[in-house]
Design a protein around this ligand. Sequence first.
Ligand SMILES: *Cc1c(COP(=O)(O)O)cnc(C)c1O
Length: 497
Amino acid sequence: MTPWPPALPAKLHPIVRAFLDTPGAVAETLATYGSPVHLVFPQVFAENLARLRAPLRRGLPGHRICYAHKVNQSHAFVRTAERAGVAIDVASPHELSSALGAGFDRARIEVTGPKGEAFLRDLVARRVTINVDNLWELGRIAELADAHAEIPVLLRVSGFDPGQVSRFGVPVAHVERALELLSAQRGRIAFLGFAFHLDSGDLGERVRAIDACLRLIERAYDRGLTPSVLDIGGGFRQVFTADAERFDAYVLALRESLLGRGEPMSWGSNTFGYHVAGGAVHGTPVFHKYANTVSADRMLTDLLGAPLERHGGRTVAQVVGDNLLEMWLEPGKALVDHAGITVATVEFVKEISDGSVLVHVDLSRDAVTPADQEVMVDPILPPRAGAGPVGVYFAGRLCLERDLITNHKVWLPTRPGPGDPVVFPNTAAYHMDLSAATASMHPLPRKLAVTREPDGFRVVRDADYEPDLPGESPAPRDFAPQAAHAAPSPVRFVEGP
Ligand SMILES: *Cc1c(COP(=O)(O)O)cnc(C)c1O
């Protein structure tokens, strides 16, 4: 009944699948630019953006999407966001330069995250919108701003649910002090409204945060302030798996293996955040987000339609709209979902003393793994003749015991060999850039932008990418999977490395 072998099949966007299915596309890309490479697909980004915009356009007259730049350093994504007419959320001086370089003007830039003295001075001088993290920041803005500067400011708040602690934002209990300062400094600071960011898939938690911010807006009005923005942050989920049942079956088998039943499935003493005690496996694994099956636009639609008890059961969208508020969003991972893959190459395959098979690749764990979390999506290898399936661990290129790309066992149809390309699916969100280091002086993988054109795929360096999307909203494209195979030259490279 249980399918064998356990598998974590990746969901792939049709454009990505067509690229991988195009004979020679991957090989030519590696031959031209070297291995490993990160490939980003700006057309997929544009499609994600259009999908997230739809429920906002249907339900809310006032809204703004700020693409959270920190999810990926890609220039192509930032250019695509700029061309699509949305705003951007930057969290460092370098992200700010990247946004300015891509054509964003100050009115479409919002700065989040913790900021130090030098960055704050620069932001005040530029008069971009500052999403304030704490009371020190707010005080410094008031000191640095000219008397009538009216620096646009959002106040990030946190700690809505009892016991919920965040290192970011002003705790709800301290907001009164912020409001006092904001009303005393009205010439220097233009108070736009309240912001929060939750990294949670829980609808109720977001609705409670929205309700708390609506209360705060009322309190701000009582003080003569006129906030009009409710910034609900990011945290909209990705869908990694192509088969939720197989995913669940894999996790079940993994849990069994942690209890010593069946074939071993974890490298070393890894328990993936599970707590194994008393003959049972407890807790939530570090990789829980890979199990998600609810799309970002579904999450957003549900949120906009959620009733607010304190407002007579009217929905979030109705209350926001009726009060002429503008809802801001800061999606990161939802916009780059399926818009990137990483391609590495097998160096060699070896067997170690306990019989485990290690597939060594020319890249390290940090280049495909966000904050060291285990990535629960199977890498894709080309078909090869031979006996199988074979259970392996993927090992990285660093001389560190811990540089395993998968600490969980991956079953491949056959044993791979040196030179085989290995595709790591859906790596655009945090996997590529968040943790990547240049340990042992290995340079970071090159980043390339891939687009599907009528005559085949085009590959350019990410830094050189220019979108040709017409105007404000990207035109819907036909992604029917026939053109790629018919194209005489499958991949067109623009400018060598
Ligand atoms: C990281 C971050 C985001 C983006 O989060 P996602 O989960 O990628 O959507 C948005 N806002 C703030 C303040 C952040 O720190």
